[in-house]
Design a protein around this ligand. Sequence first.
Ligand code: ATP
Length: 360
Amino acid sequence: MSEKSPIIKLENIDVIFEQKKQTIHAVKDVSLDIYPGDIYGIVGYSGAGKSTLVRTINLLQKPTHGNVIVSGTNLATDNNGLESYIPNKDLRNERKKIGMIFQHFNLMNERTVAQNVLFPIAHLKLTKDQRQQKVNELLDLVGLADRANAYPSQLSGGQKQRVAIARALASEPEILISDEATSALDPKTTNSILLLLKKLNVELGLTIVLITHEMQAVKEIANKVAVMENGEVIERGSLLEIFTAPEKQLTKDFIDTATNLEDGLRKVQNQGIVQNLQSPDILVQLSYAGASTDEPLISTLFKEFNVSANILFGNVEILQNTPVGTLITILSGQQQDIKTAIASIEQNGVEVKILKGALA
Ligand SMILES: Nc1ncnc2c1ncn2[C@@H]1O[C@H](COP(=O)(O)OP(=O)(O)OP(=O)(O)O)[C@@H](O)[C@H]1O
């Protein structure tokens, strides 16, 4: 397979659940190309159809319509509306290429960490030494080398997820599907698990599909993002595209939460200085990415245009090695100077949104 072919290709996927009293169209005509080495984030609120969609990748959920192609093999094929699936004996082999981790870890509590990790390859004829070596390697990889003989009940949530990751890697998959794997963890542990996933992506070349309701998680490690709502992918793109130029309101809401902008805006609005804003001063949100940050934005405003900026909130992220920033600031000066300054920074790629006050 060439570098350019998707490792996962979903084409026009529909999943329809027929129930006694109602029909649920959980996934609606979704097409998605995921390339080798991608960390592909799929974001959406509960019920958007994320799990149902990604479960079609290994046919844990059979699509009602559409094509599922993984590593060049057709797992589900739509022949003019008539769906056919790969035979079960072949599917078993294909599934070895796809590991999966979940929110609640799904470990076997009566088995040790080592036994849990070895479970997926129990059918392989390995000597005692080979088993030991395999466990050591996998536990080493996830940073749990010293816990092979512990039981899951003796581990923290983060450690349990590490065991689940080691188990998912035992059959040496090319793809790892992470279904809300950090949703039950505290923020610090979440970060350490995300960093581990990133490490596996870099060191093993593992392709990762990351489902989450938190854009924060996606922001940390993904290079591509799709946003789902009501069974549809409503927006998609590179992480940078999505963060710097989101089109849909839902995407904007997710980003504002992930960057704390929502919270920042609320606090700023309550400040006396904003409540008593005097014309021609205005409250603006300045958003910039990449090259435009090289310009010393605030000092330029003052030096070149005699406009002073009182920064009330600021957030700068480094996304895919590119700084992406938001500032909420009061611009003060002569009305004409403020206008000229805004026109100039807009020309340099800074997005300017007036939050309060107006320029005549
Ligand atoms: N086996 C099923 N039978 C019937 N309806 C289902 C089934 N699985 C999912 N659904 C429905 O499909 C829709 C999408 O659910 P899905 O679990 O894919 O959403 P999600 O975005 O992953 O949300 P969550 O994170 O809460 O799981 C929901 O309305 C859900 O109730």
